[in-house]
Write a protein that binds this ligand. Structure first.
Ligand SMILES: Cc1ncc(COP(=O)(O)O)c(C=O)c1O
Length: 396
């Protein structure tokens, strides 16, 4: 992967050794420049600035082509959103529920993929069924002891199968769990959902930008993500993929001018929503920040493949595990198909928060979550940065 990893491209390196890409990431500086440019043009030109972002400079087009390429799908299946929760809420609120329908999810999902489904149980006669924690398979790596039950933040397929009924309409699951880094086997899950006629809705906030996310390979109904973690985009951005036949059956629950085919002919009140991903872009979007995310996806991620990013990140994790003091940390070592960008460490001598606070004093940023110390290097991270972090982890 031929990425410039210097502080010129990633100025955060002047301040921190940043290994927290599963949290709020640093913003890719050309993305910040693109966002600032949109704002500055509004300062200088007001409504005239909008016309400058037409044709090839169209922000929406750049965004959708960029994510279409990254996710190996048509730009027509991509929607610009503000966050993951907005996307999943639009799907859940517009779903054609029938009394008795069931939604299957996992008990430790991030709120973005939990509450939108809870809302459905408040408004309709539907049930949210939750998978509980299950010990997950680990590698036979010498340092991989059994993960204690209290730390098993992942689910298993056998339990999933046992909870599916003929009333299960939706399986709503994260590709990667935000605590332990447990990645679902999406191809297996996608095949299962296809066979059973279940709609698979995926929260990919912890995988998009880090792992291959190919919704068509999984036959996913919808995939939603934030833009400010692994994508290195601005806060307040997100992206959604929807499969065309699934999109058709989702009712519109948020509406305004911008998803209607009559465009700026505002007094034509006919009901003519777009049938592409624009169906869900109900009104004025946050152009400035979305221009930033469009720049990250095309100019940063466009330089490489998602397989190369994944392999780079796994190699850095392996390096850290190789040098980690096993008397002080137990790494959670998922088997390859359940690995992700998050390397979770169970600290054995101090709490997760104590470890992260100690590293922060040395300007090394890793994040505590639910008992785990999460180490999350990314495409901009180097072996030297990982070695500095592991030296500090073994010492503090
Ligand atoms: C799995 C997962 N989903 C979603 C989000 C973010 O949700 P939203 O984009 O609604 O802020 C996070 C943030 O940590 C997350 O870990």
């Amino acid at each position: 992967m031929n990425i410039d990893r210097s502080a010129t491209s990633f100025p955060i390196k002047n301040n921190f050794n940043f290994l927290a890409h599963c949290s709020i990431s640093h913003l890719y500086s050309p993305a910040a420049a693109a966002s600032n440019h949109v704002l500055e043009r509004q300062v200088q030109a007001g409504r005239q600035s909008i016309f400058e972002f037409a044709g090839d400079a169209n922000i929406g087009l750049k965004f959708k082509k960029g994510f279409g390429a990254m996710m190996k799908t048509s730009a027509d299946n991509i929607t610009m959103t503000t966050n993951t929760s907005e996307a999943i809420s639009m799907i859940a609120n517009g779903y054609p529920w029938q009394p008795g329908d069931q939604i299957l999810s996992y008990t430790h999902e991030y709120p973005a993929n939990h509450y939108p489904w809870v809302v459905q149980t408040q408004r309709h006669d539907v049930e949210l069924v939750l998978l509980s924690d299950a010990a997950f398979p680990q590698t036979d790596h010498a340092k991989a002891a059994e993960v204690p039950e209290s730390f098993a933040r992942g689910w298993c397929f056998d339990q999933l199968i046992s909870k599916v009924t003929d009333r299960t309409r939706v399986i709503a699951i994260s590709h990667v769990q935000f605590t332990s880094g447990f990645a679902a086997d999406m191809e297996k899950l996608g095949q299962f959902c296809t066979d059973k006629g279940i709609d698979l809705v995926v929260d990919a906030a912890q995988s998009l930008g880090c792992l291959p996310v190919y919704p068509e390979t999984w036959n996913a109904a919808a995939v939603a993500s934030a833009g400010w973690k692994w994508m290195l985009g601005p806060i307040g951005t997100g992206v959604m993929y929807t499969r065309p036949d699934f999109r058709d059956k989702i009712a519109i629950t948020m509406s305004g001018a911008d998803h209607m085919k009559q465009d700026t002919n505002y007094l034509d009140h006919s009901w003519a929503p777009h049938t592409t991903g624009q169906k869900f872009e109900y009104s004025t979007v946050s152009y400035a920040v979305l221009a930033g995310l469009a720049t990250s996806v095309t100019e940063l991620f466009g330089q490489t493949t998602m397989e190369a990013v994944r392999d780079h990140n796994f190699a850095l994790q392996d390096l850290l595990v190789e040098h980690l003091d096993a008397t002080r940390y137990q790494p959670v070592l998922h088997v390859p198909k359940h690995r992700s960008g998050i390397l979770a460490l169970i600290p054995l001598t101090q709490s997760d928060k104590q470890v992260c606070a100690a590293l922060e004093k040395e300007n090394i940023i890793v994040t505590p979550r639910d008992g785990y110390v999460r180490v999350a290097p990314h495409l901009c991270s180097t072996e030297d940065e990982v070695m500095q972090a592991v030296e500090a982890l073994n010492r503090v």
